[in-house]
Design a protein around this ligand. Structure first.
Ligand code: UP5
Ligand code: MG
Length: 185
């Protein structure tokens, strides 16, 4: 399994799609799973809606449950977990439940400056239909990323499990570097 992290708009989803196409991994975006759960109108739908609009991190029990359910349905066990764990609390919540049952190869971090992320998200807002692609939500997402997610990245780095790729370059250039990490896995 590989965790894929990076700021909002860093290209996590874009590169995961490439990895699926070329190497047949199973891509699980925690954000996509939460948006799908919200759309079912389940008991948690309203809560998820509020958290996403505010860029806040949904309680870990909800996210881990969705991830595990999706993992069970998958035929391949090569998982790309995109956009999770986004906080130390997420990280602990994951290891409490999953422990060492699933081997983590590394955490892939797409690093990109905020000005570029903002440009991408505002451009995507024209067509994404995502209600957090507006400047107020985007700024909140940046703040939470720095405060909550960067410590997780530091943690993987300290464990020598971090692979960093600059994603300010073109999609093709980022892919050129990304695929090198997967070809022998
Ligand atoms: N694009 C991509 N790469 C490019 C490149 N190299 N050059 C130029 N353009 C590039 O890409 C974003 C846009 O940029 C696209 O238009 C793309 O074409 C272009 P994308 O691949 O979608 O980037 P990604 O990193 O996936 O951005 P995303 O917006 O999905 O990141 P977020 O981390 O903000 O969103 P996520 O869906 O993970 O989470 C949303 C919310 O859900 C969170 O804010 C939070 O409220 C909640 N959440 C939780 O609470 N818990 C979780 O565990 C996960 C999410
Ligand atoms: Mg995404």
């Amino acid at each position: 399994m590989v965790f894929v992290l990076g700021g909002p708009g860093a290209g996590k989803g874009t590169q995961c799609t490439n990895i699926v196409k070329e190497f047949g991994w199973c891509h699980l975006s925690a954000g996509d799973l939460l948006r799908a759960e919200r759309a079912t109108g389940s008991a948690n739908a309203e809560l998820i809606n509020t958290y996403i609009r505010e860029g806040k991190i949904v309680p870990v029990e909800i996210t881990v449950k969705l991830l595990l359910a999706a993992m069970e349905k998958s035929e391949t066990k090569k998982f790309l977990i995109d956009g999770f764990p986004r906080s130390l609390n997420n990280y602990e919540g994951w290891y409490d439940v999953v422990g060492d049952d699933v081997h983590v190869a590394f955490c892939l971090f797409f690093e990109c400056p905020e000005e570029e992320l903002e440009r991408r998200l505002l451009a995507r807002a024209q067509s994404s239909g995502r209600d957090d692609d507006n400047i107020e939500s985007i700024r909140k997402r940046f703040k939470i990323f720095i405060e909550e997610t960067m410590p997780v990245i530091d943690k993987f780095k300290a464990k020598d499990q971090l692979k960093l790729i600059s994603s300010v370059q073109s999609i093709e250039e980022v892919w050129g570097q990304t695929k090198l990490l997967f070809k022998d896995l």
